[in-house]
Design a protein around this ligand. Sequence first.
Ligand code: PLP
Ligand code: ZN
Length: 416
Amino acid sequence: MTATLALTGSPARALKCRECGNEVPLAPVHVCTECFAPLEVAYDEDALRTVTHASIEAGPQTIWRYAGLLPAGQDEATRVDLGAGMTQLRPAPNLAKALGMRSLYVKDDSGNPTHSFKDRVVSVALSAAKAFGFTTVSCASTGNLANSVAAHAARAGLRSVVFIPDDLEQGKVVQTAVYGQTLVAVSGTYDDVNRLCSEIAENEDWAFVNVNVRPYYAEGSKTLGYEVAEQLGWRLPEQVVIPMASGSLLTKVDKAFGELSRLGLVEDSPYKVFGAQSSGCSPIATAYENGWDTVQPVKPSGIAKSLAIGNPADGPYALDTVRRTGGAMGHVGDAEIVEGIRLLAETEGLFGETAGGVTVATLRQLLASGAVDPDAETVLYNTGDGLKTIDAVAGLVGPTVTIAPSYGAFVKSGVA
Ligand SMILES: *Cc1c(COP(=O)(O)O)cnc(C)c1O
Ligand SMILES: [Zn+2]
């Protein structure tokens, strides 16, 4: 790797192996050379302790208000920013009522620049990539990551080469291609695409957001934990329900809550983390169901393509997080996902993508089984925009009636 290190002003101290604890200097690497387990960013605790409510609140209305808790992007010269973050935390009283809950919020990440939570991770990953001196960035994507990498690269003057499975929703293909970057469709599943990218990463001096700069990428998800705590008035919710693809987001919301408690930025209060998957691709939730410690890879199917990772890198860590916090996992079929999308839209005026439908439907399932407490304050994460996965509901909804442009036709339609 020819890239050089320059994470100026970063509170990150090293990369640390999640299994053996081996530490290596901050660099574009992602696996431990001792045991091949994934590396994670470790911080200088004293640097983190300089962050206060006031220092955060003085920051921009983006993820960068938490720059003091992130591994890259402190230096504005290398910060890659489209304005991700500080999305709405919406009270959802109508959905709560429909589900028989007392207090429910939706953290709505469809409000991000490219309409999914991926803008958070990409903004941090590309800031690291730029600081390390890369000029080409790349990724394997189930769709949303592709959108976000291409958009951020366009803005930052980086070249991007994005790899996707060739069966993605048109909305996601077009929203990647429109940024004028390189898009490679591969005839295979996400897991095939990811394997291909790992091979390319060995030979090209590119920053792959989900390969060699993955440790930095993953930290961007912490901001979904920080924001919820800040938006609740600097406290933690009692329950969170999170969709899982690789499982990374779920583990990082927990990491964020843990940091805020440890740093004294919130009171240390108990919370439970719940994970949601589609039955078409539920390797993590199936492992949970069966009490396994390891995750058996699956071949994905079904409409929730953004979550279709059959061999999820963070699966075992997501299992640990859910078990440690006393949460649970569930998975739901395509029909339930569609019902979930429609329920969120009809009760809260919020059109989520299939991942949102997965999360709503899984919440309903976990309420029915008694795993989720209907009286505890709960935050549900809607991670993407329904306009990207229109096909999921397009055949089921449409005009109530089509009429000629005359008052007579209107009267006859019975709409009034
Ligand atoms: C990527 C993605 C997720 C979850 O990703 P992880 O790999 O589990 O971090 C959730 N929702 C949407 C819409 C996504 O695109
Ligand atoms: Zn190791």
